[in-house]
Design a protein around this ligand. Structure first.
Ligand SMILES: [Zn+2]
Ligand SMILES: [Zn+2]
Ligand SMILES: [Zn+2]
Length: 283
């Protein structure tokens, strides 16, 4: 399995669009791995995890032919992870699209897709069959569900993120005896998720590190640096990590105030890597 990090920032991107903070100024000055778009991943050639507002620039920079994408797994409906409008360009009249796409997403994401569709196509919405016209096949994904999608087997875990109706998900993606966990956005998992993850042997683990300096016991919604180390340790304790498993932190907010180089310094002694846009992970 080949996994490419397409984006490594939290919601505002980094530099954040209008931000005057020192961390954004320093990211602009240093450039390179400090320039972070909204978090998303590309698996092999035909699968995306999340589809956010930066998908146009990500596809151009990393050489993704979006016509080859057969399936998108959306983690949750938040704007940094799901930009329905970018799917609307699939409609006849905007683009020539012959190949269908399966969208695995929770009910909240589908709610957003339909609401934004009715705003986008107002005049003729009564005549439009939105998903059919977009050649999007609907698959409602919920925590606990496992699907076979092409060569991948994908299991949704319940993330601890967003309001009760959100049903945000983390995904375990398996192929050819290898397994990768996409573990943002989440705080510390609830017990049933810890129980559920025990069935896996992971080669790759991507963890949420939104607020770097958050106290380790503050684990609601997102994690800080010390909490990500605690998650890794707990996974190891449960026997879920294969020997030599790659553990990578990702999804950084500029409000965490810590640049890529300093993040690497912090995580190196813990044997953990720091994600960046364009990072390729082979499992
Ligand atoms: Zn996010
Ligand atoms: Zn900033
Ligand atoms: Zn979120």
């Amino acid at each position: 399995m080949k996994l490419t990090i397409l984006g490594s920032a939290a919601a505002e991107a980094w530099p954040a669009l209008f931000c005057e903070c020192a961390a954004c100024a320093e990211a602009r000055r240093r450039g390179g791995r400090n320039i972070r778009r909204r978090t998303a991943y590309w698996i092999n050639r035909d699968t995306l995890v999340d589809f956010g507002p930066d998908i146009c620039s990500q596809s151009l920079q990393f050489g993704i032919d979006l016509a080859e994408i057969r399936q998108i797994f959306v983690t949750h409906s938040h704007q940094d992870h799901f930009a329905p409008v970018e799917l609307f360009w699939r409609r006849k009249g905007f683009s020539v699209v012959t190949r269908p796409l399966t969208l695995y997403a929770n009910p909240k994401s589908y709610e957003r897709l339909r609401a934004e569709g009715s705003g986008f196509f107002p005049a003729f919405f009564k005549d439009i069959r939105l998903l059919e016209d977009l050649k999007v096949h609907e698959e409602v994904m919920l925590p606990g569900r496992t699907v076979n999608a092409g060569s991948l087997k994908v299991t949704a875990l319940a993330a601890s993120h967003g309001d009760a109706q959100e049903q945000a998900m983390n995904y375990v993606i398996e192929e050819d005896g290898k397994a990768a966990l996409i573990g943002n956005d989440t705080g510390w998992w609830a017990d049933p998720t810890w129980e559920q993850v025990r069935q896996f042997k992971l080669d790759v683990v991507l963890l949420d590190c939104t607020y770097v300096h958050r106290a380790p016991e503050e684990r609601r919604g997102h994690l800080g640096a010390l909490a990500t180390v605690a998650v890794r340790d707990r996974l190891a304790e449960l026997g879920v990590l294969k020997p030599g498993a790659q553990v990578i932190v990702n999804h950084f907010s500029h409000n965490g105030l810590t640049l890529h180089e300093e993040l690497c310094e912090f995580f190196r002694p813990h044997g953990m890597a720091v994600g960046y846009d364009g990072m390729v992970i082979e499992a």
